[in-house]
Write a protein that binds this ligand. Structure first.
Ligand SMILES: Cc1cc2nc3c(=O)[nH]c(=O)nc-3n(C[C@H](O)[C@H](O)[C@H](O)COP(=O)(O)OP(=O)(O)OC[C@H]3O[C@@H](n4cnc5c(N)ncnc54)[C@H](O)[C@@H]3O)c2cc1C
Length: 394
């Protein structure tokens, strides 16, 4: 029997690429290998509906054993890939899985506070187990301190605030999300959370997080000390590619790939772990976006099957849900030199505001909407058209 295709990472990107390979007519052996014990599940609800208790965990499932078996996708779960060479992937138990083609879909891992005990009062949020553990912790009551005002931290703050907890968000930058979206949008999120009673402390780095038996002390550079029942650390994630040293693909910025996910001879990568060339922008970038993983799965499957047909991924798209506000973003805000309000919310409210991001050449590189899905949809289509018709940048 041929060794077939080995997909490492049994989550959104890995599952979707395996499904697309079968849908595209691939009939060889297809193995989906993952270090978690669960079948692939969806992560966005982990900081939203699962955390609030609105959803049972089972609702996050992305597939079923029956569907996998019908598609002829073999799963190897609870199996961590620790090394790789040009012939095989080595698992933590020493087993070697030979491959004809390797697809890397190992995602990213949430950073934690140095020295935090894995099952203590300092939490991070990446997996279903993290979400269930945090949900249980929140049921104890607060106070809760959220370290980092990124999307995951803010979604956790919204869920905890909704559950009636006393919540403080601490962000080292001038506003939450400022490093990725700039101060204007950051200010909208600050007002959103403050209006619900969340304390948002900005511009002050944290100097220490110290856990005791039933409390955690968070100290800030200005001398403030916050006492918390639990702390959630939301300070970003790093690509899970340290196991790819054998192929030279362990770059800290993500697995470098061409515009169709090719990382090397018979090796492909996609999703949160991968940094793809983006000819329309003249650079390469890694995105931790749900839609990017799904779009890239179609492109990689077609490329593995030797087809040219799959469209390149659309401009990156991301959404967040906090309280009753739906935030959406499309494009590359990291390439912008300025942000302007394209449409103000009714009566000057933040709700309904639409922002445009422009680069130094005057090109619109991203659009974001603070709860204005209809206008956003039109602008997203426009950006998509420009993206597909624009010549590649050098
Ligand atoms: C809490 C949370 C909320 C989010 N909310 C949103 C949102 O609202 N909107 C949005 O657009 N995106 C959101 N995202 C991002 C989105 O979920 C990710 O972009 C998506 O999950 C990426 O899929 P992936 O398959 O590339 O990576 P992952 O989902 O990270 O999956 C990678 C899998 O590979 C496994 N793995 C890692 N290393 C190894 C190894 N060495 N061997 C075997 N297996 C390994 C991991 O355990 C994991 O199961 C959210 C993410 C999180 C964590």
């Amino acid at each position: 029997m041929s060794d077939g295709i080995v997909v490492v990472g049994a989550s959104l990107a890995g599952l979707r690429v395996a499904e697309a390979l079968r849908a595209g007519g691939y009939t060889g052996r297809l193995r989906l290998v993952g270090d978690e014990h669960h079948l692939p599940y969806d992560r966005p609800p982990l900081s939203k509906q699962v955390l609030t208790g609105e959803w049972e965990t089972a609702r996050t499932a992305l597939t079923t054993p029956a569907k996998l078996s019908e598609a002829g996708i073999e799963t190897v779960l609870g199996a961590r890939a620790v090394a790789v060479d040009t012939e095989a992937v080595t698992l933590a138990d020493g087993e070697r899985l030979d491959y004809d083609q390797l697809v890397v879909a190992t995602g990213a891992a949430a950073r934690t506070w140095p020295g935090a005990a894995p099952d203590g009062r300092v939490h991070r949020l990446r997996t279903l187990a993290d979400s269930v553990r945090l949900r249980t912790a929140l049921a104890d009551g607060g106070p809760l301190v959220v370290v980092g005002g990124g999307f995951i931290g803010l979604e956790v703050a919204a869920a905890a605030c909704g559950a009636g907890l006393d919540v403080t968000v601490v962000e080292a930058a001038g506003t939450p999300l400022e490093p990725v979206l700039g101060p204007e949008i950051g200010a909208c999120f600050t007002r959103l959370h403050r209006a619900r009673g969340v304390r948002v402390l900005t511009g002050v780095p944290i100097t220490s997080v110290q856990e005791a038996a039933d409390t955690v002390a968070v100290r800030l550079a200005d001398g403030t000390e916050l006492a918390a029942a639990h702390v959630v650390v939301g300070i970003g994630a790093e690509p899970n590619n340290d196991w790819l040293t054998g192929l030279g693909l362990d770059d800290a910025a993500g697995v470098p790939c061409d515009a169709r996910g090719r990382a090397g001879d018979r090796v492909w990568a996609l999703g949160d772990v991968a940094r793809w060339e983006q000819p329309a922008y003249g650079d390469s970038a890694r995105h931790e976006h749900w839609t990017t993983a799904v779009d890239q799965a179609a492109v990689v499957a077609a490329a593995v099957l030797g087809r040219e047909s799959a469209r390149p991924p659309a401009p990156p798209y991301f959404w967040s849900m906090q309280y009753d506000v739906n935030f959406q973003l499309v494009g590359r805000p990291d390439l912008a030199s300025s942000v302007e309000v394209l449409e103000a919310g009714e009566g000057g409210a933040d709700r309904g505001t639409v922002f445009a991001f422009t680069d130094t050449a005057g090109r619109r590189v991203a659009v974001a909407a603070f709860h204005n899905p209809r206008r956003f949809l039109r602008l997203r289509r426009e950006l998509q058209e420009e993206f597909t018709t624009a010549p590649s940048r050098p």
